[in-house]
Design a protein around this ligand. Structure first.
Ligand code: CAA
Ligand code: NAI
Length: 696
C-alpha cells in the first residue's frame, strides 16, 4: 500500500496530501505521516509555507473509529495536532467534503483555513459517546462564541462553509472544486503578505457569565437523557473558559478518558457501524434497483400523507389517490402543511415547494392515474379485505415492472401479493409515523419478491435519507412483533402490581424519550385495539391476556386525540395520571385473583428487556431479521430505544445472555406460556457465545 501522507513542493510551499480512502480517517499511519511531514517541511529552509489537504471526496472525517477499543498506537492525535500547531512556518489547511471530529480538530491546529463552498464542518464525537479529545473543546471556544461551541460540541451537527466563515472558523471560501489549488493559492498569498504562524491555542477563549453557562448546562443535561458525553463536553468547554490552554488540555483528556472507558461509547460505536451494515443484504449483490421517478400513494391519511411528503422531499413525482374528492383535498392540505414545515426549518427551498405544489404533486380519486407509476405504495386502512381489493385493482392498472408496495403494519405481505399476477413485484415498505420524519423503513421481503425489487426498496430508503432494514414476513415484522412481545410483558407487570405511570417512569429513566403508555396515548389506543380484536380468533387459550387496555378503549378513551387514554390530557396541565384507569386495572386484578405486589423499576426494566431480547432472538433464529444488528437498528430508529445502550441485542451481550435467560426462566414461573426461551438464546448461552458473534 502506498504511504497515506505525501509531500510535494510547489514554489516554496510544502503541499501535504492525506490519502487514506474512503474518508481519510486519522489512522496511526496518517497521524505519524502527518506530523513527520509537517515537521520535515518546517525544518526545511526552502519551505515558506505548509499546506495540508485531503485526497478524494473529503477532508479528514475524524479519528479512525475502527482503532477504538484497541490498545492505543502512538503518536496520539492530541500530540500530533499540538506539534502541527507549534511549527513556526505558517500552515494552511484546505478543506472540502466534511471536516469532522479529529479532522476539524486538525484544521483548528493549523494556522489558516480555506474551504470550498460545499464543505461542511462538525464535531460529531458526542454521537459516539465521547468528546472531541484532540483539543477541539479547547480550541473551538477560542474561535467561536461559547453558545455556538456548546451547540456544535454537544449537538454533534454540521455547519456549512458560509456559517463557518461568519464564525471565523475558516478564513476564506473558494468556489469550484479544486481544493488543492485553493490551498496553494492561500499559502502563496500568506507568504507574499509575510504572514506568520497563528496558533489557535495562543488566543484568549471566549467566555460567558457563570449564570449563562449554568443555564446552558441545564438545557444540555435535560436533552442528554442519560447520555454522559454532552455533560463531559460542557465540563471541557468550561475548562476552556476558565483554565490556561495547557491545563484545559489536561482536563479535556481526563473527561475524554472517562467517556472512552464507559460502556456508552462502545454501544454508540456499535450503532454507527450497524447503521452502515444493515444496508449489506444479499440482494445488494443479486439485485439491481429499478429506476423510480413516478410514485403513486394510495390513501392519504396519517401515513399516506407522510409517505407522499417523504417522496416529494426526495425529489420524486407523486400522485396520491383517495376515496373521494373531499378526502383527496384533505390529504393535499396535509402534504402541503408538512412541506411548509420543511420550508420553515430550512429543509426545503421555497422555490422547490412552489414547484412541488405546482407540478410534482397531485391528488386523484382514479387509480387509472397510476398507469405510468414506477412504484405504488398502499397506505389504506389496516384491513386485509381493503388491501386485497386495492392490490387486485393496481395489478390491472400498473405497467409491467412497476413495484407494488404495502405499508401494512402487521398483515401478511405474501397474502397481499397473491392478489396480483406479479408477486415478484410486491413488497412491504413499512414506514413509521410521522413518515416524513422517522428514519426507519422496514423493507419486508415476501416469499416471491424479486431481488431487484428488494434492492429498489433499499435504494428508495437511501434516497429518502432513511435507514432501511430488511425483514422477512411474520405478524408485525421485526419491530411491531417485538413491540407486541414487550407490551405483553409490561401488561403482565401492571397486572402483577405496577401502575402504567410506574412503567413510564422506569422506561424514561432507562433512557427512552417516552414510556410505553405515553406512546400508546400519542399513537391512539384504537390501533392496538383493532389489532387485538383481529388476533382474538387465533389467540391461544393458554395466553394470560390482560384486558385493561380494551376496557379503556370501550369507554371511547383513545389517548391524546380524545383527551383521555392511560392519562388525562389536560390542555394546561399536560399529562395527568387517572384514578379511573387505576380502578379498571384493580378490578381486573380482583377478577383474576391477583394480589398486587410492589414491583421495582428494575423489575419493570428486566421484564421489558427480557421480553424484547427473547422475541428478537426468535426473530433472528427464524431468519426474519438477517442479523442481531438489524434488530438493534430497528429498535434504535423506530422505537426510541436509547442509542447509548446500543440496541437490545448489544444490551443483552453487555449484561450477559445467561442473566437474560435466567430472568426469562424466573418470569416463566408465573406464565410459562409467554416466557418460552428462544432456542437461539439457549443455544448461545450453552455455547458461551454472544449475539455480536452472529453479526460477523
Ligand atoms: N473511521 C473509520 N471508518 C469510517 C469513519 C471513521 N471516522 N467514518 C466513516 N468510515 C467508514 C464507514 O464505516 C464506511 O465504511 P464501509 O464502506 O466499510 O461501510 C465508509 O467509511 C464510508 O462511510 P459512509 O458510508 O458513512 O459514507 P458517507 O459518504 O455517507 O458519509 C461521513 C461520510 C459523513 C464522513 C460519515 O461516514 C461519518 O459521519 N463518519 C463519522 C464521522 C465521525 O464520527 N468522526 C468523528 C470520529 S471520532 C474522533 O474524531 C475522535 C477524536 O476527536 C479524538
Ligand atoms: P388512516 O386511517 O389515517 O388513513 C387511511 C386512509 O386511507 C384514509 O384517509 C382513507 O380515506 C384512505 N382509504 C381507505 N381506503 C381507500 C381506498 N380504497 N383507496 C384510497 N384511499 C383509501 O390510517 P393510517 O394510520 O395512515 O394507516 C394506513 C396504513 O399504514 C395501515 O395499514 C396502517 O397499519 C399502516 N401504518 C400505520 C402507522 C401509524 O402509526 N398510523 C405506522 C405504520 C404503518
Amino acid at each position: 500500500m502506498s504511504e497515506p501522507v505525501r509531500t510535494t513542493v510547489e514554489d516554496g510551499i510544502a503541499v501535504i496530501e492525506i490519502d487514506n480512502p474512503p474518508v481519510n480517517a486519522l489512522s496511526q499511519a496518517v497521524r505519524q505521516g502527518l506530523v513527520e511531514a509537517v515537521q520535515a517541511a518546517d525544518a526545511d529552509p526552502a519551505i515558506n509555507a505548509i499546506m495540508i489537504y485531503g485526497a478524494g471526496r473529503t477532508f479528514i472525517a475524524g479519528a479512525d473509529i475502527r482503532e477504538f477499543g484497541k490498545p492505543p498506537l502512538p503518536p496520539s492525535l492530541p500530540d500530533v495536532i499540538n506539534d502541527i500547531e507549534d511549527v513556526s512556518t505558517p500552515t494552511v489547511c484546505a478543506l472540502h467534503g466534511t471536516a469532522l471530529g479529529g479532522g476539524l480538530e486538525t484544521a483548528l491546529g493549523t494556522h489558516y483555513r480555506v474551504a470550498l463552498a460545499s464543505a461542511r464542518f462538525g464535531l460529531p464525537e458526542v454521537n459516539l459517546g465521547i468528546l472531541p479529545g484532540a483539543g477541539g473543546t479547547q480550541r473551538l471556544p477560542r474561535i467561536v462564541p461559547i453558545a455556538k461551541a456548546v451547540k456544535m460540541i454537544t449537538g454533534g451537527g454540521m455547519i456549512g462553509a458560509k456559517e463557518a466563515l461568519e464564525l471565523g472558523l475558516i478564513d476564506e471560501i473558494v468556489e469550484g472544486d479544486d481544493v488543492r489549488a485553493a490551498g496553494v493559492a492561500m499559502a502563496k498569498r500568506l507568504v507574499a503578505e509575510g504572514a506568520s504562524a497563528r496558533p489557535t491555542s495562543a488566543r484568549a477563549a471566549n467566555t460567558v457569565s457563570a449564570e449563562d453557562f449554568a443555564q446552558m448546562m441545564a438545557m444540555v443535561s435535560k436533552k442528554a437523557r442519560g447520555l454522559k458525553a454532552p455533560i463531559n463536553c460542557m465540563k471541557a468547554i468550561e475548562a476552556a473558559m476558565t483554565l490556561p490552554f495547557e491545563e484545559g488540555m489536561t482536563r479535556e483528556r481526563e473527561l475524554f478518558t472517562e467517556l472512552f472507558t464507559d460502556p456508552q461509547s462502545p454501544a454508540m460505536i456499535h450503532a454507527f457501524f450497524s447503521e452502515r451494515e444493515v444496508a449489506k443484504i444479499p440482494e445488494m449483490k443479486t439485485g439491481t434497483p429499478r429506476d423510480i421517478r413516478k410514485v403513486g400513494v394510495v390513501g392519504g391519511g396519517t401515513m399516506g400523507a407522510g409517505i407522499a411528503t417523504s417522496a416529494l422531499l426526495a425529489g420524486l413525482d407523486v400522485t396520491l389517490a383517495e376515496r373521494d374528492t373531499e378526502a383527496a383535498e384533505k390529504a393535499a392540505a396535509t402534504v402541503s402543511s408538512h412541506l411548509a414545515g420543511a420550508v420553515k426549518v430550512g429543509k426545503l427551498a421555497q422555490a422547490k415547494y412552489d414547484a412541488i405544489m405546482g407540478g410534482a404533486f397531485r391528488t386523484t380519486t382514479d387509480y387509472g392515474d397510476f398507469a405510468d407509476a414506477d412504484l405504488v405504495i398502499e397506505a389504506v386502512f389496516e384491513s386485509m379485505e381493503v388491501k386485497k381489493d386495492v392490490f387486485g385493482q393496481l395489478d390491472k392498472i400498473c405497467k409491467p415492472g412497476a413495484i407494488l408496495a404495502s405499508n401494512t403494519s402487521y398483515l401478511n405481505v405474501d397474502d397481499i401479493a397473491a392478489m396480483t399476477s406479479r408477486p415478484q413485484d410486491v413488497i412491504g415498505l413499512h414506514f413509521f409515523s410521522p413518515a416524513h420524519m422517522m428514519r426507519l423503513l422496514e423493507v419486508v421481503v415476501g416469499a416471491k419478491t424479486s431481488p431487484d425489487v428488494v434492492a429498489s426498496g433499499f435504494a428508495l430508503g437511501k434516497r429518502m435519507k432513511k435507514i432501511a432494514v430488511r425483514s422477512g414476513v411474520c405478524d408485525g415484522f421485526i419491530g411491531n412483533r417485538i413491540l407486541n412481545a414487550y407490551a405483553r410483558a409490561i401488561n403482565g407487570a401492571v397486572l402483577a402490581g405496577a401502575s402504567p405511570y410506574d412503567v413510564d417512569r422506569a422506561m424514561q429513566e432507562f433512557g427512552l424519550a417516552m414510556g410505553l403508555f405515553r406512546v400508546a396515548d400519542l399513537a391512539g389506543l384504537d390501533i392496538g385495539w383493532a389489532n387485538r380484536k383481529r388476533m382474538a380468533e387465533t389467540r391461544d387459550p393458554r395466553e394470560q391476556y390482560s384486558e385493561f387496555a380494551d376496557r379503556i378503549c370501550e369507554l371511547g378513551r383513545f389517548g391524546r386525540k380524545t383527551g383521555r387514554g392511560f392519562y388525562i390530557h389536560d390542555k394546561d396541565k399536560g399529562e395527568l395520571p387517572d384514578d379511573e384507569v387505576l380502578a379498571i386495572i384493580a378490578n381486573e386484578r380482583a377478577d383474576k385473583g391477583i394480589a398486587a405486589r410492589d414491583i421495582s423499576d428494575q423489575e419493570i426494566i428486566d421484564r421489558y428487556m427480557a421480553a424484547m431480547i427473547n422475541e428478537a432472538a426468535k426473530i433472528v433464529g427464524e431468519g426474519i431479521a438477517l442479523r442481531p444488528l438489524d434488530v438493534d437498528i430497528t429498535l434504535l430508529n423506530g422505537y426510541g430505544f436509547p442509542r447509548w445502550r446500543g440496541g437490545p441485542m448489544h444490551y443483552a451481550d453487555a449484561v450477559g445472555l445467561e442473566k437474560i435467560l435466567n430472568d426469562i426462566k424466573t418470569f416463566a414461573e408465573e406464565d410459562d406460556y409467554f416466557w418460552q426461551p428462544a432456542p437461539l438464546l439457549e443455544q448461545l448461552v450453552a455455547e458461551g457465545k454472544t449475539f455480536a458473534s452472529l453479526n460477523r
